[in-house]
Design a protein around this ligand. Structure first.
Ligand SMILES: C[S@@+](CC[C@H](N)C(=O)[O-])C[C@H]1O[C@@H](n2cnc3c(N)ncnc32)[C@H](O)[C@@H]1O
Length: 289
């Protein structure tokens, strides 16, 4: 796991609108002020940088594929709708694309502050918008087919993230899954790598405090093993990870709770295997006799 820093985002330099901290994570107020700046420069989703949109569109298509797959694997039997939750949805571009791709799903969104929701409010009803820390603001009695976090985990300390994933896991429907997309994957850690990174951080710190190059502590890069460990600690089953076929080969990891149907299927498969083994054993005894 490695700390990383950011000087700007979406073409907006942070020092232009706020004070930066080298040691404290960007707060919800920081993101809110950032989104206010972003809305001054961009009038709608379509004005955002095209390369960024293209990549996010590919990610949204990938998430849509996950939703469709989950839905077809465990069809609703009680007339319930397909319900999806996005944690840390930001300006909601992926959510807009997702709703275009699967218009009949019920999309719920979460974001720590209300500022970023300006555009999303036009397409998502108020009672599906949860403002605040997910653990504090999500209604506990609503369950989801899929919950996704797209490039959000970097900003959450590990222990908090495990707690969050665990709590979100409890809000999945049977067979539901949590999907995490990360643009901050860290190649495997090495001793030399960590040392070089430590030196770079000291230099960055000097540059920050001398005012030559101010930077905001943005969060943590995590390795694949660390992501798997997070999912395991959060008691999520059937974990799978890999890369999305988008412009930046975004890393994904997903996991969920075992569906009663899957448990049944496993039991049947085991029983068939045992029966086959017994049958073969009897067959070979008869053959020898
Ligand atoms: C890089 S943006 C990603 C936005 C969007 N999901 C996307 O993929 O374009 C990260 C977002 O996570 C939100 N965020 C930061 N910490 C969070 C937390 N603890 N819980 C939920 N969201 C958080 C930020 O406010 C910000 O909007």
């Amino acid at each position: 796991m490695r700390r990383f820093y950011q000087e700007g985002w979406q073409g907006i330099v942070f020092t232009a609108f706020t004070h930066l901290s080298f040691f404290r994570l960007a707060s919800s107020k920081f993101y809110a002020t950032f989104y206010e700046e972003l809305f001054k420069r961009y009038g709608s989703w379509n004005d955002l940088p095209s390369a960024w949109r293209e990549n996010k569109e590919q990610d949204a298509k990938w998430v849509a594929g996950e939703i469709v797959q989950q839905r077809s694997q465990y069809p609703e039997d009680d007339g319930d709708v397909c319900r999806v939750l996005s944690i840390g949805s930001g300006v909601g571009f992926m959510e807009k694309v997702l709703l275009e791709l699967i218009p009949d799903m019920e999309l719920h969104v979460n974001e720590p502050s209300t500022a970023g929701m300006r555009w999303l409010r036009q397409i998502i009803p108020n009672d599906r918008i949860y403002i605040g820390s997910p653990l504090l603001c999500l209604p506990p009695d609503i369950s989801y087919n899929v919950i996704y976090l797209s490039t959000v985990d970097y900003s959450i300390p590990t222990r908090e993230l495990v707690r969050l994933l665990e709590a979100l896991g409890a809000q999945l429907k049977p067979g539901g899954k949590i999907v995490c997309l990360s643009a901050s994957l860290l190649e495997e850690e090495s001793l030399i790598g960590s040392f070089v990174n430590g030196v770079k951080i000291i230099i960055r710190c000097l540059l920050h405090y001398t005012g030559l190059r101010r930077q905001q502590f943005w969060g943590w890069r995590r390795t694949r093993d660390e992501y798997r460990d997070l999912f395991q600690k959060a008691s999520l089953a059937g974990v799978d990870d890999g890369f999305v076929d988008d412009m930046f080969s975004t890393y994904f990891i997903k996991g969920g709770h075992v569906h009663p149907l899957d448990e049944e299927r496993t039991l049947v498969a085991e029983a068939v295997q045992q029966e086959e083994a017994l049958y073969n054993a009897i067959g070979s005894q008869e053959h020898t006799a």
